[in-house]
Design a protein around this ligand. Structure first.
Ligand SMILES: Cc1ncc(COP(=O)(O)O)c(C=O)c1O
Length: 571
């Protein structure tokens, strides 16, 4: 006979009733088949989750009212009368009957005959986090668009930095500082090579992509935009590519214009082309949508924009980790990405900017590292990225080079000091304060790891996974998948945002996690204007990376069907 326990789901979960049992933090109350638990309705959905999560099925009986719709993706999560999970209040009390109902899902094991050497199978061993159980099930991690997992090589690079040469960069004269600086600058070079920038001085390390966009907004935007200038953005942008431009527009009087979706649910590039005029000063556009999975023709968009004199800022958060991105081919003026979505650590990202643009931009943040000289009444700044030796005086490392005092034992240090640092230290003009040194070094290790696999190989494998995911999901009853149908015209990235009729996406995500160990995302994915356009407040999203396999997809879809059955049984 199945039994389980009602445990902590929300931080203060109370189970109330005749025998009034209060479950405080971390306590667990045993429940078994046949038990009845009376709960306040406000706790009901939480208790349902927990009971269900231990393999028991609950039947809800409502005193003085019927069971309204269990969930509704269109209902705001926080509106009056709805609880956090979108579970509508319909009565002051309810009781749960706990019945035996073993989960109908069975976890598919890897079938070595089907795909013995897929990239997913080959790389999974590199990711220790993937090999664990979550809520009693094998973890299936499908939230890669939010953040990726990290291979051992990256974990080791971080450990090695902190264990053997932790030190500040660009300022110490000692061995550790020189090595840290060397590795930090090497990471910048790796980023430049990875996206084919013409020089590493075109790479500015930021905290993440969001900071990169803000850097362009506050530095380039505020000094180049005037009233009536136009900024073109699509309605499918991530909030981080919309909000900074709203702020800039408020400050400068510039006008934000939004590109809509086509009936195929991709941003309408024909409309964008028509919107372009001499008034357009900037186009801010994603390469791959984090919700629609659509892939945009950036090189063409850049051509059209340049023909009217507009600059283009590309949000490449969802493309750089998954495909070859060549900034010289794209000819974009600015491009941003985040390390944590490409197997690297959190806390670091990068902005690519054409050298002539970065050179002309004023500093973004003020402080140490980005200055040349500070006086009480004014400061001078580190030279912009293109000019190199001119910035020499602010760094002890330079003093070393100038004096020829290269005392490091590793011969590559002195070579790098003489050949490399001069050209990259100048990027500090935008890197105020101590940077994310370990983060950048970890990102460098991630780039090594990805490059060893090959970005084209990653892309090709993900196209296969993407089609498999899309086709498999279509078999789920009452599902609505957003974005284009994959075809010759539309390639989709390996993610699907979806809703299932009358089931809130947060309910889906919670049940998948609690009952099946499947990690997906639910919510608006920082794309509220897009969700609003699609007529929903939220969606569920499964997003894959190269270490996922078709078995992951199979198990996810099986688990999703079980989830749908579970909720449908309440109707
Ligand atoms: C398309 C897109 N742009 C921007 C961002 C923001 O990235 P970060 O939070 O790392 O700055 C994300 C993150 O989800 C994204 O998917």
């Amino acid at each position: 006979m199945l039994s389980g326990s009602v445990g902590l789901f929300s931080r203060r979960l109370a189970v109330e009733g005749p025998n009034r049992r209060l479950i405080s933090d971390c306590s667990r109350v045993p429940v078994a088949c046949g038990d009845r638990i009376d709960v306040g309705v406000s706790r009901l959905s939480s208790v349902c989750w927990v009971v269900a999560a231990v393999g028991l099925r609950v039947r809800v009986e409502v005193a003085g009212g019927g069971l309204d719709r269990f969930t509704n993706p269109n209902r705001p999560l926080t509106s009056r009368g709805s609880n956090r999970l979108g579970f509508r209040r319909f009565s002051s009390s309810a009781s749960l009957s706990v019945a035996a109902a073993a989960s109908s899902s069975t976890v598919n094991e890897v079938d070595p005959k089907r795909e013995p050497v897929s990239l997913g199978h080959a790389t999974r061993p590199d990711f220790p986090i993937l090999h664990q159980e979550v809520n009693g099930s094998k973890l299936i991690y499908l939230d890669n668009a939010a953040t990726s997992q990290k291979p051992t090589a990256v974990l080791k690079a971080l450990q090695n930095y902190y264990a053997t040469y932790n030190s500040n960069v660009h300022r110490g004269i000692h061995y550790l500082s020189a090595k840290a600086t060397n590795e930090y600058e090497l990471a910048r070079k790796k980023v430049a090579t990875f996206i084919n920038a013409s020089d590493s001085s075109e790479i500015v390390f930021t905290r993440n992509a969001t900071e990169g966009i803000n850097l362009v907004a506050y530095s380039w935007g505020l000094s180049n935009l005037n009233a009536e200038d136009e900024i073109i953005v699509t309605i499918a942008e991530h909030h981080s590519a919309i909000v900074p431009w709203q702020i800039v527009a408020q400050k400068t009087g510039a006008i934000l214009k939004f590109v809509n979706l086509t009936p195929d649910e991709v941003p309408d590039t024909a409309q964008l082309k028509e919107m372009l005029s001499r008034k357009t000063k900037l186009v801010v556009i994603h390469h791959i949508s984090n919700m629609l999975a659509s892939v945009l023709p950036i090189a063409e968009i850049v051509d059209w924009s340049h023909s009217v004199g507009a600059k283009v800022l590309v949000d490449a958060c969802q493309s750089v980790p998954h495909m070859v991105v060549d900034v010289q081919n794209l000819n974009a003026d600015f491009l941003v990405a985040s390390s944590h979505k490409m197997c690297g650590p959190t806390g670091v990202g990068f902005l690519y900017g054409k050298s002539e643009l970065l050179t002309a931009m004023p500093p973004f943040l003020g402080g140490g590292e980005m200055i040349s000289d500070v006086y009480l009444d004014h400061s001078t700044y580190a030279e912009p990225p293109s000019s190199s030796a001119a910035s020499a005086s602010f760094s002890l490392c330079y003093v070393r080079v100038y004096l020829g005092v290269c005392v490091m034992e590793d011969p590559s240090f002195s070579a790098n000091i003489q050949n490399g640092w001069e050209t990259t230290l100048a990027a500090d003009g935008f890197e105020a304060g101590t940077p994310a040194i370990a983060g950048a070094i970890g990102l460098g290790a991630a780039i090594d790891y990805l490059s060893e696999i090959g970005m084209q190989r990653i892309h090709d494998y993900e196209v296969e996974l993407s089609n498999y995911l899309y086709e498999s999901l279509r078999s789920v009853p009452n599902i609505r998948i957003y974005g284009p149908v994959p075809s010759q015209t539309f390639r989709r990235a390996a993610l699907c945002s979806f809703n299932v009729e009358d089931i809130h996406p947060t309910d889906i995500a919670t049940f998948l996690d609690q009952q099946h160990g499947v990690a997906i995302r639910s919510g608006h994915h920082c794309a509220q204007p897009l969700h609003r356009h699609l007529g929903v407040n939220a969606s569920a999203r499964a997003s894959l990376y190269f270490y996922n396999t078709k078995e992951d997809v199979d198990n996810f879809v099986l688990a999703l069907k079980d989830t749908v059955n579970f909720f449908s049984s309440f109707r």
